[in-house]
Design a binder for this molecule. Structure first.
Ligand SMILES: *[C@@H]1O[C@H](CO)[C@@H](O)[C@H](O)[C@H]1NC(C)=O
Length: 298
């Protein structure tokens, strides 16, 4: 850990609190969406899946990290590391695909409001999710298998934060050319194409809003897409910010900031962004909490 010894404890408590908040916030969203039939619309089914990805994404890394922070000699076995890498990639990819699907959902809601229910059926939603699962599985599996054929000189690995692909590659003894090539190709495909699709749907949303009613247009944009836009900014803002910030001397600090942002901060904030200004979620919360009492008093 690139953290002074005397701050370790504070950092530990902070991470633990953030992790527990992540679990709680996302679980509440998932339970509300499963229980409340008003929320069985494509937008909320996708949000439920996003919350599930967030939950898993931080659960892959945080428990092990917290455990390592307490122990005297933090090591992680090679098998654990590969498993961690697989799930990190899988849920990371799922998150980026889900943001695209949610952008498409907003695009249909604004540009074709009359056909929204017929276009965005729960069936289409499932049809969108299946290829995402397959692609994310394929990508994670491919990188994991490529990694498994490398040889490592150390039997147990000691890592800064968690086993991401790049950190593992640095520790390999054999030739990593193919691995690096595939990482370059796939991270461009899986990173840039979803981002381009999201930008494209927002460009069309903004054009269609400005065409019809420019005065209330911006207000409508924020009331229907505000939450999704914030999550997109948070997700891609971190990536872009880290690319733009100069990486000269302090790469360990940079990697740590990136790791904390990705595995804790973003998954923790997503449920809050979606529920704070959202009437549907608040309504569902009230219905779910009070439905027991109402059915008793009946
Ligand atoms: C994820 O999406 C599928 C398909 O639309 C849906 O059936 C499922 O309930 C969603 N999961 C959550 C946790 O919302």
């Amino acid at each position: 850990m690139p953290i002074p010894q005397e701050h370790q404890y504070l950092f530990y408590v902070l991470l633990l609190a953030m992790y527990l908040t992540t679990i709680l916030g996302n679980l509440i969203i998932i339970i509300l969406i499963l229980l409340d039939s008003h929320l069985h619309t494509p937008m909320y089914l996708l949000l439920g899946n996003l919350s599930f990805s967030d939950l898993c994404f931080s659960s892959v890394t945080m428990p092990k990290l917290l455990q390592n922070m307490q122990s005297q000699n933090p090591i992680i076995t090679y098998a654990d590391c590969l498993a961690q890498m697989y799930f990190l990639m899988f849920f990371g990819d799922m998150e980026s695909f889900l943001l695209v699907a949610m952008a498409y959902d907003r695009y249909v809601a604004i540009c074709f409001p009359l056909h929204y229910t017929s276009i965005m059926s729960p069936k289409l939603c499932a049809c969108l999710l299946l290829p995402m699962w397959l692609l994310a599985t394929f990508n994670a599996m491919m990188h994991t298998l490529l990694m498994a054929r490398l040889s490592f000189c150390e039997k147990n690995l000691i890592l800064n934060f968690f086993c991401d692909v790049l950190a593992l590659l640095k520790l390999a003894c054999s030739d990593t050319y193919i691995n690096e090539l595939m990482i370059l190709i796939m991270s461009n495909l899986i990173g840039i194409i979803p981002f381009a699709l999201i930008v494209m749907s927002y460009v069309r949303i903004i054009f269609s809003i400005l065409k019809v009613h420019s005065t209330q247009g911006i207000q409508k944009l924020f009331s229907t897409c505000g939450s999704h836009l914030s999550v997109v900014f948070l997700f891609y803002g971190t990536i872009i910010g880290l690319f733009l910030c100069p990486s000269t001397n302090n790469s360990i600090v940079k990697e740590t900031v990136m790791a904390v942002m990705y595995t804790v901060v973003t998954p923790m904030l997503n449920p809050f962004i979606y529920s704070l200004r959202n009437r549907d979620i608040k309504g569902a919360l009230i219905r779910v909490i009070f439905s027991n009492k109402i059915s008793l008093s009946w």
